[in-house]
Ligand binder design. Structure first.
Ligand code: C5P
Length: 289
């Protein structure tokens, strides 16, 4: 039986502005997503019965709440007649849970992309619809690359901008911040500034690492994270070890630092130790499907 191996990458939100709470319980967002090289590795194989078998996922992600199960179940329900039955999904997990790197969403998107490749007759528009329903970041991971997002994060404008890979150091604090909790905390903070620059202006500043970059690396969730020691500690570690800038990833708790080169990023991660790794951003060209 055919078997696929897919890299399920992380993402960074280069800027993340959170607007007001909507009637449906979600917030309006404005964010610039970019895929990172760091990834989980997922192997997907079809099964003859209508069950899903998951191997290698951390014990604290119960199969029934795993977004991978949700993606498969919805694809099975909504795509009768395209050959999909059960799946065996095995993972080598690298991306932390509750890390703000989109790991769970990326895994779900990898499974949807896997279904599309194993069952080429399965309509893409159904898979895209499912992605938008499962979680706010899943739609981005279907194509990855570099994209500006609005809505709850699912309305995407892909961006073509030739940017060399950006060397990064990631610190994974032991403390986790659940997405729902982080949004609740943010609602209690009034007067969040609105965005005053475009994605292109941001990317130009990123490429030049100019003095205005610091002002544009804006993630509203830092207003929440700043109240916690783990965030201030990680940020200080990154800067004192030589990163030029730091940024909270998504709603936390991973903190990223920008390094001057790959070798410097590797050296900084090595010196910080245990919970730090180096990676880079991935190119913006989409080769996923
Ligand atoms: O979509 P996802 O499952 O990642 O969202 C988790 C929680 O984060 C939601 O239940 C909601 O409380 C909050 N959220 C939000 N606005 C968004 C995205 C997520 O309030 N745009």
């Amino acid at each position: 039986m055919k078997k696929l191996t897919i890299h399920s990458h992380a993402k960074i939100n280069w800027f993340l502005f959170v607007g007001p709470l909507r009637q449906d319980g979600y917030h309006e967002l404005e964010t610039l997503f970019q895929e990172l090289e760091i990834h989980d590795t997922i192997t997907i194989a079809p099964r003859e019965d209508e069950t899903i078998v998951l191997n290698g996922f951390p014990d604290n992600i119960p199969p029934e709440t795993n977004l991978v199960t949700k993606a498969w179940k919805m694809a099975l329900e909504q795509g009768h007649g395209y050959g999909l039955k059960g799946l065996e999904v095995s993972i080598e997990k690298v991306l932390p849970q509750g890390g703000g790197l989109g790991g769970g969403s990326s895994n779900a998107a990898a499974v949807l992309n896997g279904i599309s490749r194993l069952f080429p007759q399965y309509p893409l528009d159904i898979l895209e619809n499912i992605a938008a329903q499962i979680g706010s970041d899943v739609a981005f991971f279907l194509n990855g690359g570099l994209a500006f997002a609005t809505g709850r994060g699912e309305i995407l404008t892909p961006i073509t901008y030739s940017l060399p890979p950006v060397p990064l150091v990631l610190i994974f604090p032991e403390e986790k911040m659940s997405t729902g909790y982080a949004y609740n905390q943010l609602d209690a903070i009034p007067h969040r500034p609105s965005r005053s620059f475009s994605s292109e202006e941001f990317l130009t500043a990123l490429e030049k690492s100019g003095p205005n970059l610091k002002l544009m690396l804006k993630n509203d969730f830092e207003l929440v994270a700043e109240q916690y020691e783990w965030f201030n500690q990680a940020r200080n570690l990154l800067i004192t070890h030589g990163c030029t800038h730091s940024l909270l990833c998504g709603s936390g708790s991973t903190v990223a630092g920008i390094a001057r080169s790959n070798s410097e990023a590797q050296e900084i991660a090595r010196r910080i130790g245990g919970n730090a790794v180096s990676t880079t951003t991935k190119g913006s060209i989409n080769t996923r499907r």
